[in-house]
Ligand binder design. Structure first.
Ligand code: UDP
Length: 240
């Protein structure tokens, strides 16, 4: 199968990706490695937006289970994404990549607020724009934030970096013989309830015709390979 080529992409990094082999928090060596992957694709000329998650630090749902008010927990989760965004920004800037962080929750002394036209200008100037705080509202996730920003920034595709190399018909970590899809359409993902991203994020991508490319970001060099149409991944898009 030949994969389409993309120019402007949105990369979704879940918090989990940033904790490396740890169980919690930010692993500087892992963040550095991810930054190197990003540097490689910047150098290859792609325009890049990043949405970072916060699950390595705090999730509202987990907070609720421990007695937190859900919305309060979600705001804490959004603040966690800002910490991760700053960690990614720092690692990228150490490599000489110009970046800007824009948060959906304004935080004037920490980063820029989300302003679409301003983000557009940053991209035109070759900067990597890191979007933090998801959509800025509780009861959402950063997957929804990623789909929303991908649509607003007119990205050609949403790249979802995970710890598996694509979308399987069953969980490959628990079901032996699970098979990976090379390509699958949005409705099949939704009908089979395949857990790639939240249903709301998938529906937003479907409605705006933004393909989702699911790939393993833990494998070194994979992001550049997958972007070049090589490497192992699953592409989710609207059927013919
Ligand atoms: N969150 C939210 N609204 C958003 C984005 C995130 O309330 O628009 C909160 C929510 O509690 C979520 C947490 O921030 O659990 C961390 O984000 P997420 O779980 O999406 O991170 P990831 O799984 O990608 O690491």
């Amino acid at each position: 199968m030949t994969r389409p080529t993309f120019h402007r992409i949105l990369l979704k990094l879940s918090g989990e990706v940033l904790m490396g082999s740890g169980q919690f928090g930010i692993d500087p060596a892992t963040v550095k490695r991810v930054a190197e992957e990003i540097l490689a694709i910047r150098e290859a000329g792609y325009q890049l937006c990043i949405v970072v998650g916060g699950g390595n630090i705090f999730r509202g749902v987990a907070g609720q289970a421990q007695g937190f008010d859900r919305a309060t927990g979600d705001y804490m989760g959004m603040l966690a994404t800002v910490m991760n965004a700053l960690a990614v920004q720092n690692a990228l800037e150490l490599l000489g990549v110009e970046t800007r962080v824009q948060s959906a929750i304004p935080m004037a002394s920490v980063c820029e607020p989300f302003i679409r036209r301003r983000a557009e200008r940053h991209l035109e100037k070759g900067r990597v724009v890191i979007f933090a705080a998801g959509v800025g509202s509780p009861y959402f996730t950063t997957d929804s934030g990623a789909a929303l920003r991908a649509a607003e920034m007119k990205c050609d595709a949403l790249f979802k970096g995970t710890s598996v190399d694509g979308v399987y018909d069953a969980d490959p970590k628990t079901v032996p013989g699970a098979t990976r899809y090379e390509e699958i359409d949005f409705s099949t993902v939704l009908n089979k309830n395949l857990k790639i991203m939240d249903a709301s994020a998938i529906a937003l991508c479907r409605d705006n015709n933004i393909p989702i490319v699911v790939f393993n970001i833990r494998e070194q060099g994979n992001l550049a390979l997958v972007l070049a149409g090589e490497g192992i991944a699953t592409i989710v898009r609207n059927g013919e």
